[in-house]
Structures are given as structure tokens and as C-alpha cells.
Design a protein around this ligand. Structure first.
Ligand code: SAM
Length: 216
């Protein structure tokens, strides 16, 4: 199985226990700041969310956005997200592959991907961004949130491949072990990744998370 397929399988199996990651006590201040950022970034916008998982951030965006189309490749996580009481008149969930997004009739004015960038192989970043930008209108506000590597809090990096991607070995509650691609980009790498396809680029590093935002 390719590493990307392994990751899809891992998140399907992890669906029920996924949101425990948001309960780590030392991360609560940073998470509050991320929530505030996301709420204000998408005020009144029509938002396309990539890799929405169990809908944790969908719920946050839905607090201020005009509408949210939240997508993920996994039916298992989408089933959990759909079961949440998240503004059903403004939010819809759909199965979609992040690398082959198709523009709908109405391009969105906001784009969000939380904890997804870190799972993209460096060689596929541009392919993903091209796909993402297809569903976004010119001038759309784009936000990525993801993890900073913090010794003692993050799962240790188990290996680095020839292209510079890093990996972690993760264990689920049933004892199964999974190797997951998980990159921890620097500010320079983030800026480089969107060079020429974004304006108003802003990168902020908190203690546990980073935020990349720009205008498409
Ligand atoms: C780390 S989780 C993030 C979930 C959610 N955004 C959050 O922050 O709570 C990564 C998500 O990416 C999804 N995923 C993996 N490969 C994908 C792909 N090729 N296209 C779309 N989603 C994918 C997984 O199913 C999983 O829900």
C-alpha cells in the first residue's frame, strides 16, 4: 500500500478517537487563538474546507461563515461530522479527494485546510494547491492550520525519506501501529510553497501550531 493510502486507512480507523488530540491541556491557549483566527477570517464567506475530518473546524467556521462545504476522502469521519449539530442550513459535507477537486458552479470565497498540509508529500504540494485553488474564487481568503513539532508533546519523528518528508509511528487504542507522513515546515518553506500563487501572505508560529493565510 502507498503511504498516502495507509494514511487514509489510518484516519478511517482513528475516526472515533480523533478529537482527543484537541483535549491536550497544554494546547488549550493556542487552540483558543486558532479558533478566534478562523472565525474572524471567514466572516460572511462561502468556505470550502479540505480534509475536514470529524468536523471540529467546520463547527468553528460555521459560527461566522455564510456557508461551508466541508469535504474529506473518508466516509468514516464524514459520518461523525454529519452527526454533529452544525448549522445544517449553512453547512454541507461531501466526499472529495483533495488532489482532484472539481470547481462547482459557484467558486468559494474562503478556503480552509486544518491539519492537512503536514500530510502532503513535499513533491505533491503544488499539485494539491492547484486543485484547491480550482474551487476558490480570485480574492478568496485561504487559511491553513497545522502542528509545530514540540519535543515531549509531539509524537517523535521515526524517519526522514530522501525527499525530506518526515514520518511518525502512531498507535491506535486497539494497539494497531501505523506509519504516517507528517511534515513540520518552516516559515521559509511555507512562503516558498505559495510563491507566485498567493498575495498578502501571512505566517504565524504559535507554540504548538502554525497558521498560514493568504489571498488567492
Ligand atoms: C489530521 S486529519 C484532519 C482533520 C480535520 N481537518 C481536523 O483538523 O480536525 C486529516 C484528514 O485528511 C483526510 N484525508 C487523507 N487523505 C485525503 C485525501 N487524499 N483527500 C481528502 N482528505 C484526505 C483524512 O481522512 C483525515 O480526516
Amino acid at each position: 500500500m502507498k503511504i498516502e493510502e495507509t494514511m487514509v486507512q489510518y484516519y478511517a480507523e482513528r475516526a472515533a478517537e480523533y478529537e482527543r488530540i484537541y483535549q491536550k491541556p497544554e494546547r488549550q491557549d493556542d487552540l483558543r487563538e486558532l479558533r478566534r483566527f478562523v472565525e474572524s477570517a471567514f466572516l460572511g464567506r462561502d468556505v470550502f474546507e479540505v480534509a475536514c475530518g470529524t468536523g471540529y473546524w467546520t463547527g468553528v467556521v460555521a459560527g461566522s461563515a455564510a456557508s461551508v462545504l466541508a469535504t474529506d476522502i473518508n466516509d468514516e469521519v464524514l459520518a461523525i461530522a454529519r452527526g454533529k449539530p452544525i448549522a445544517p442550513q449553512r453547512v454541507s459535507f461531501r466526499r472529495a479527494e483533495a488532489y482532484s477537486l472539481q470547481s462547482g458552479s459557484q467558486p468559494c470565497t474562503g478556503g480552509l485546510a486544518a491539519f492537512w498540509w503536514s500530510h502532503i508529500a513535499k513533491s505533491r504540494l503544488r499539485e494539491f494547491l492547484t486543485s484547491f485553488h480550482r474551487v476558490l474564487a480570485p480574492g478568496a481568503r485561504v487559511v491553513f492550520l497545522d502542528n509545530v513539532y514540540v519535543e515531549g508533546s509531539s509524537t517523535p519523528i521515526s524517519r526522514t525519506d530522501d525527499a525530506g518528508n518526515t514520518y511518525q509511528l502512531r498507535t491506535l487504542n486497539d494497539g494497531s501501529a501505523h506509519e504516517v507522513l507528517k511534515n513540520f515546515p518552516s516559515e521559509i518553506e511555507l512562503r516558498e510553497a505559495v510563491r507566485g500563487i498567493a498575495t498578502n501572505v501571512r505566517v504565524e508560529f504559535l507554540r504548538y501550531y502554525w497558521i498560514l493565510s493568504y489571498v488567492r
